[in-house]
Ligand binder design. Structure first.
Ligand code: DGY
Length: 328
């Protein structure tokens, strides 16, 4: 019998057709986010799963899925998966790194520019019929070129953002656990600094790091208080990195000048305060959302799933211990 697979999200028809050539596939082309109870019910008799960041894979779920061998995220972020629990249950966990770096960096820059040049605000104003002609002091924004960008999280996406910033003649500082390669620092003129120093120095602060219990509310009221009054915060990492209530307050009181956000605490819900503010550009978690990139992410996720269910080591294995254990 062919392995049984659950696909918890709507995927491109050609990818679904490809999966059907190898697996008995239960799909969810309606794209409705499955409740935890429904996930438990539908995963109970499956060998594998292709999932999104909204599907929580933890010990209590895994206890009810005795057949499950692989959970493959269609996302680079994997904070929805409890990796030690996956390993303890012999479940392979995978993600889709690399293929979305440039696309996500493009969106980070789009948000940075939108917030700096008040693009979404200006468009709303124009569409509302307020424009009566060119004015010297109309919709004045901030220069991006030659400003200082602070990147928090200098992984592959952070580096792609830095390359774009270099093209805008920005000064680049970054904060990361480890140092980026010296050649990269040299090529981009980037300098590693402590987080608080970055916040106090940068005109633009861009978050491009994963969420974990250690990074929960990394940017809280105290750290927002360190930022410059003209500063703009961009988040393309994950909701939960920022204390959204504190950010709403900092934007409302103009403690900082603006923000560009693609991810939110508790999304798809978002803090109502954001909707009432003009100095924040908002997008609905579309960092990797181009057709080409989502095709690549789908192909990577499918390859991980196929490998895991046919006894090959998946290219993007997140919990290698599980593999070592299987080989013993
Ligand atoms: C990712 O790949 O992690 C994106 O944020 C989509 O969840």
């Amino acid at each position: 019998m062919r392995p049984r697979v659950l696909v918890t999200l709507g995927i491109f028809p050609e990818l679904l057709a490809q999966l059907r050539t190898q697996f008995e596939v239960e799909d969810n082309q309606t794209d409705r986010v499955l409740s935890p109870a429904e996930l438990v019910r539908r995963l109970g008799d499956k060998d594998g799963a292709l999932i999104t960041g909204y599907d929580r894979i933890d010990a209590s779920l895994l206890e009810t899925c005795p057949r499950l061998k692989a959970a493959c995220n269609l996302a680079v972020g994997y904070n929805n998966m409890d990796l030690p629990a996956c390993t303890a249950h012999g479940v392979i966990a995978t993600n889709t790194p690399d293929v979305l770096n440039d696309t996500t960096a493009d969106l980070a820059f789009a948000l940075l520019l939108a917030a700096a040049r008040r693009i979404t605000e200006a468009e709303r104003w124009l569409r509302a019929g307020h424009w009566e002609g060119w004015r010297n002091d109309q919709m004045l924004g901030q220069d991006v070129h030659h400003a200082t960008l602070g990147i928090v999280g200098m992984g592959q996406i952070g580096r792609a953002i830095a390359r774009r910033a270099h093209g805008f003649d920005m000064r680049i500082i970054y904060h990361n656990r480890g140092r980026a390669p010296v050649e990269l620092e040299r090529a981009l003129g980037a300098r590693r600094v402590e987080l608080d120093e970055l916040l106090g120095t940068a005109d633009f602060v861009c978050l491009a790091l994963p969420y974990s219990p250690e990074t929960h509310h990394l940017i809280d009221a105290r750290r927002l208080g360190l930022m410059k009054a003209n500063a703009i915060l961009v988040n393309v990492g994950r909701g939960g990195l920022v204390d959204d209530a504190a950010l709403v307050e900092a934007l409302r009181t103009r403690r900082i000048a603006g923000a560009g956000l693609d991810v939110y605490e508790g999304e798809p819900a978002l803090h109502a305060g954001f909707l009432a503010l003009d100095n924040v550009a908002l997008t609905p978690h579309i960092g990797s959302a181009t057709r080409a990139t989502r095709m690549q992410m789908g192909a990577v996720a499918a390859e991980n799933l196929t490998a895991a269910l046919s006894g090959r080591r998946p290219p993007n294995l997140l919990n290698p211990e599980v593999w070592e254990h299987r080989r013993r």
